[in-house]
Write a protein that binds this ligand. Structure first.
Ligand SMILES: Nc1ncnc2c1ncn2[C@@H]1O[C@H](COP(=O)(O)OP(=O)(O)O)[C@@H](O)[C@H]1O
Ligand SMILES: [Mg+2]
Length: 319
């Protein structure tokens, strides 16, 4: 659905007499498959919005190429525009118009006839659970309601792909969860969704695949699970009494699924394994068989922040 090669963008700004160049996007290669939720994860200033605005034909790249929904970004931007939807970070609804008016207007701007535009608005209001507020001015909506209107606007013309720039930033936890459901529904309907976020949990829970961006470059790409597994195995903490720890260590050290075994001060073992979910029952069986009682077993999986830390030397949570 999206293929980019070497996409670049610099901004020249002037502070007094000094000219400064910011390399906002420095050669980005992306491959996004049809029907997936693809996430762009990175701290503020990483270049997410700039990339999205290039893909949505709002600003011209300085270099590189891209094909979006089968249309060439540089040679045929008008066709790209017809095939995509775009919802800006700050949104695009007017305070004094109603959701219904906005939806009809947007549809009309895409050249859709009056009757069809009204039908589409009606359908969008129902799908996004906005019918109740349809005739109230946008300025009276909650953050979550307004964001749903904006997304409904972005897809009123049935695009094959929609770009959502930080769709949940500033929403309360409940509205965020609601927004995730809406985004999953779009995927279920066959749409490709490209979202940007600086929330680790959002990238983890919502996205099928992600690209982690930092300082204008993609530093890692893959499924959330794959990325986490790549940097280190999963860790099992096996709680044991001091008296049984030594024997348990001997038993488990030779097991093929144990990549690394360390004893914990005060009793217990720390096992690095490829996959905790399959290792747990094997550990339990092995210990049970030998008549060794364990007090607890905990699975620790590396987080996307661990991935970010490994790739950039900084924590995303802090930056
Ligand atoms: N129009 C602009 N003029 C000058 N600098 C810009 C402009 N837009 C973005 N930048 C700079 O480009 C970098 C990337 O910004 P942006 O793409 O908005 O990042 P993100 O969306 O990941 O927070 C930042 O350093 C930002 O200040
Ligand atoms: Mg941004």
């Amino acid at each position: 659905m999206i293929e980019t090669r070497g996409l670049r963008k610099s901004f020249r700004s002037r502070a007094g007499r000094q000219h400064k160049t910011v390399d906002a996007v420095r050669g980005v290669d992306l491959d996004v498959a049809e029907g997936e939720i693809f996430g762009f994860l990175g701290p503020n200033g990483a270049g997410k919005t700039t990339t999205l605005r290039m893909l949505a034909t709002l600003i011209a790249p300085d270099g590189g190429q891209a094909t979006i929904a089968g249309a060439d970004l540089l040679r045929d931007p008008a066709e790209v525009r017809r095939r995509i939807g775009y919802v800006a970070q700050g949104g695009s609804t007017w305070d004094d118009s109603t959701a219904r008016e906005e939806l009809v207007l947007h549809a009309r701007m895409y050249g859709i006839g009056k009757a069809d535009a009204r039908r589409r608005a009606e359908r969008a209001l129902a799908a996004f659970q906005l019918t109740e507020y349809a005739d109230r001015k946008c300025k009276t909506y909650s953050g979550g309601q307004r964001r749903r209107v904006e997304i409904a606007l972005g897809i009123i013309h049935d695009p094959r792909i929609v770009f959502l720039d930080e769709p949940t930033t500033g929403l309360d936890p409940q509205s965020r969860a609601h927004m995730w459901d809406e985004i999953r529904r779009l995927r279920a309907e066959g749409m490709t969704v490209f979202i940007t976020t600086h929330y680790l949990d959002e990238a983890d829970a919502l996205c099928d695949r992600i690209a982690i961006m930092d300082h204008g470059e993609v530093v890692a790409e893959g499924t959330p699970t794959g990325l986490k597994r790549e940097i280190s195995g999963e860790v099992l903490l096996v709680g044991l009494d001091v008296a049984t720890t030594g024997q348990a260590a001997q038993l488990l050290d030779t097991e093929p699924y144990v990549a690394k075994l360390e004893t914990v001060d005060g009793g217990g073992l720390r096992l690095t394994v490829d996959e905790g979910a399959t290792a747990i029952p094997q550990v339990l069986r092995r210990l049970d068989h030998a008549g060794l009682a364990l007090n607890s077993i905990e699975l620790h999986r590396p987080s996307l922040d661990d991935v970010f830390l490994t790739k950039t030397g900084r924590s995303l949570r802090e930056s």
